[in-house]
Design a binder for this molecule. Sequence first.
Ligand code: UDP
Length: 238
Amino acid sequence: MTEAVYGRVIVKLSGEALAGSAGFGVDQSIVEAIAADIVAAHRMGVELGIVVGGGNIFRGVEVSGRGVSRPTGDTMGMLATVMNSLVLEAAITRNGAPASTLSAVPLPTVCDHFSRQRALDLIAGGRVVILAGGTGNPYFTTDTTAVLRAAELDCQAVLKATNVDGVYSADPKQDKSAVRYDRLSPREAMERNLKVMDTTAFALARENAMPIIVFSIREPGAIEAVLRGKGRATIVAE
Ligand code: UDP
């Protein structure tokens, strides 16, 4: 059996990944499949932090201007990530791995507040840690959160789950001539304006030499395959 390539990683799931074809809310069958993938990765002995987005419920930039300010819209987005995190925590626990949610937005009656030490203690205790509430600040994204948490929690990579099997020069669903990259640097990703992550996330990854592995979450066992160095993916690294 192949050993895991990484010992500790952050897995970044978009909110849309939980929504399925409905595009909004949570498709429970998809959540169960993703949770089973995460539990399989945990059983390999890999230490896992999970960052989930909120785009299946609210994105600040989309709701702002419709009666709320951008910071308020972003707060709604951050609270949406907490809802998704609680759904995932339940599903991961049900599938057989201990999991805890820590939120960067203080919600004392819901879950513990994020601190680096608390997250490290939970990981050392063998739990999957779900990092909710983004960075806790408006104007950021959960992609940036994923790279930030990976750096501060001494992870070796960010596994960015998407609907396609890597990074392309253009949207492969719309442009048949789109070229797929096996590997590229964060600088190239920023210069070519590739939309897979925002510029802040790529800049942070570059400054901290944090590899980002972009892969499709659609195939069962995708996370485990990437961790064994076998899955089809694009590596964004210097
Ligand atoms: N958000 C924020 N600060 C953060 C992370 C997220 O304000 O540090 C808000 C922002 O409004 C964002 C929303 O939460 O649009 C949901 O996150 P994101 O868009 O990254 O979710 P995804 O696209 O991954 O589902």
